[in-house]
Design a protein. Structure first.
Length: 366
C-alpha cells in the first residue's frame, strides 16, 4: 500500500488572523511585528500578507525598513500578540487532528499528517479528505490554508509550498520524480546556503541531479548521514514517519445548509448526523469535555458563535444535542441574518474521570 502523507500550512498566518479579526484591512498591506522596545521602530517583521510582500515587506526585515518600503501604501502595522495566535492555532490543529490517522504539529501554523490507513493508499480519497480539512478551517476560522499530499514528508511539504496560497496539490507516487526533478536543491529540507554551495561545487543544482548523483562522492563531501537523507529526499523515497505528538483538543462538525434559514429545527435536522459523529468520536476517545459550542456562518460569510461551559468535565453525548439546540436558538436571536452553514464543537477535552454524566455528579453532591 502506498503511503499517503499530507502537509498543511496556514497562509501568512499571523497577518491572516488579523484580517479575519478586522476585515476592513484585507486590501491593505499588513505586517505583524515583534517590537524590541528599544525605539519606536526597533524590531523585526514576523510575517506579512501578500499585499505587503508584493511591495517588498517580508518576514525578518527590520520594522523601520518595512515602514520605509510601505510608505504611501496605507500600511497596517500590528504588534504580534502570540497568545491570540496560539489560541487560533490550537483550534485549527485540533480540527485537523480529528480528521486524520496520525497528526504531527511542527509549528504554530503547520503540521504533517498520515492518512494511509483511512484512504487505503487511494490518492483520490486523500484529496477529498484534504479538501474537507481546508473547508472546515475556512468555515470555522475564516482562514485559508495550503495542503500538499505525497508519499513522503518531503514531497508533501514541497507540495504545500507549491500550492500557496490557498491551494491543494496532490503528487501521485508515479508523478513524484517529475514533480521533484526540476526543483532547485535549496527547496529540500537540510539544504541551507553551505550545503547548496557544496553541492554546486560538484555540479549539483537541481533535485534531479541530486537524485542521480554518486552517493560515495556526496558522503565524502557532506558525511554519510546527510548524504543518505538528501538522496532519498531527492527521489521522494524517504521514510521519515509522521509522529503523533498532540492529542485532539476538540471534536467538531460543520454543514452547509440546504437553504439559508433562521429555523432552529431545520438547522438541527441537518446537523443530526454530525452531532452523532461527534458523540461517536467522544466515546471512542474515552475523553470528557467541558464546552459545547455552535458556529454559525451567516449569509454575508461572517461568523457567530455561542458556547456553554460546564462546571465539570462530562461524557454524556446526549448533552451535545440538548445544548446545541439551545445555543443555535440563542445565536439566531442575536442576529438579523440567516444562517448559511452551521456547526457544533465540543472542546476542553480531558482524560475521563469517574464522573460520566452531570446527573451522576449531582447525585454525588447530594
Amino acid at each position: 500500500m502506498a503511503r499517503v502523507i499530507g502537509h498543511i500550512d496556514l497562509d501568512y498566518f499571523y497577518a491572516q488572523v488579523e484580517e479575519v479579526e478586522n476585515p476592513s484591512i484585507r486590501d491593505r498591506p499588513v505586517v505583524v511585528c515583534v517590537f524590541s522596545g528599544r525605539t519606536e521602530d526597533s524590531g523585526v517583521v514576523s510575517t506579512s500578507n501578500y499585499n505587503a510582500r508584493a511591495i517588498g515587506a517580508k518576514s525578518g526585515m527590520p520594522i523601520s525598513a518595512a515602514k520605509r518600503i510601505l510608505n504611501g501604501h496605507n500600511p497596517v502595522i500590528i504588534k504580534m500578540v502570540h497568545e491570540k495566535y496560539e489560541a487560533v492555532s490550537g483550534r485549527v490543529m485540533g480540527l485537523v487532528s480529528e480528521r486524520v490517522d496520525i497528526f504531527e504539529k511542527t509549528g504554530i501554523d503547520e503540521a504533517f499528517f498520515d492518512i494511509t490507513s483511512s484512504t487505503g493508499g487511494d490518492y483520490t480519497a486523500a484529496a477529498k479528505i484534504a479538501r474537507g480539512i481546508k473547508d472546515a478551517i475556512f468555515q470555522t476560522e475564516g482562514l485559508t490554508s495550503s495542503v500538499g499530499i505525497g508519499r513522503s514528508k518531503v514531497v508533501a511539504k514541497l507540495g504545500s509550498d507549491s500550492a500557496k496560497p490557498g491551494g491543494l496539490m496532490t503528487i501521485l507516487p508515479d508523478s513524484t520524480e517529475s514533480f521533484l526533478g526540476p526543483l532547485p536543491v535549496t527547496k529540500l529540507y537540510g539544504v541551507g546556503p553551505k550545503t547548496a554551495a557544496a553541492l554546486e561545487e560538484i555540479g549539483i543544482k537541481s533535485v534531479q541531479e541530486l537524485s542521480r548523483s554518486d552517493v560515495s562522492l556526496l558522503e565524502r563531501r557532506l558525511g554519510r548521514k546527510l548524504a543518505s537523507y538528501l538522496v532519498s529526499a531527492a527521489s521522494g523515497t524517504d521514510i521519515d514517519p509522521v509522529l503523533a505528538n498532540q492529542p485532539p483538543t476538540q471534536f467538531s462538525r460543520i454543514v452547509t445548509l440546504k437553504r439559508d434559514t433562521r429555523n432552529v429545527t431545520e438547522a438541527m435536522e441537518q446537523l443530526e448526523e454530525g452531532i452523532a459523529a461527534i458523540g461517536g468520536r467522544l466515546a471512542n476517545s474515552g475523553k470528557s469535555f467541558r464546552t459545547v459550542s455552535v458556529i454559525g456562518i451567516q449569509t454575508d460569510l461572517s461568523t457567530k458563535t455561542k458556547s456553554k461551559t460546564f462546571d465539570i468535565p462530562v461524557r454524556d453525548s446526549a448533552l451535545i444535542k440538548e445544548h446545541a439546540r439551545v445555543l443555535i436558538s440563542q445565536l439566531i436571536k442575536s442576529t438579523s441574518k440567516d444562517l448559511r452553514r452551521v456547526g457544533v464543537r465540543i472542546s476542553e477535552l480531558s482524560d475521563s474521570t469517574d464522573q460520566r454524566t452531570l446527573a451522576e455528579f449531582v447525585k454525588r453532591k447530594v
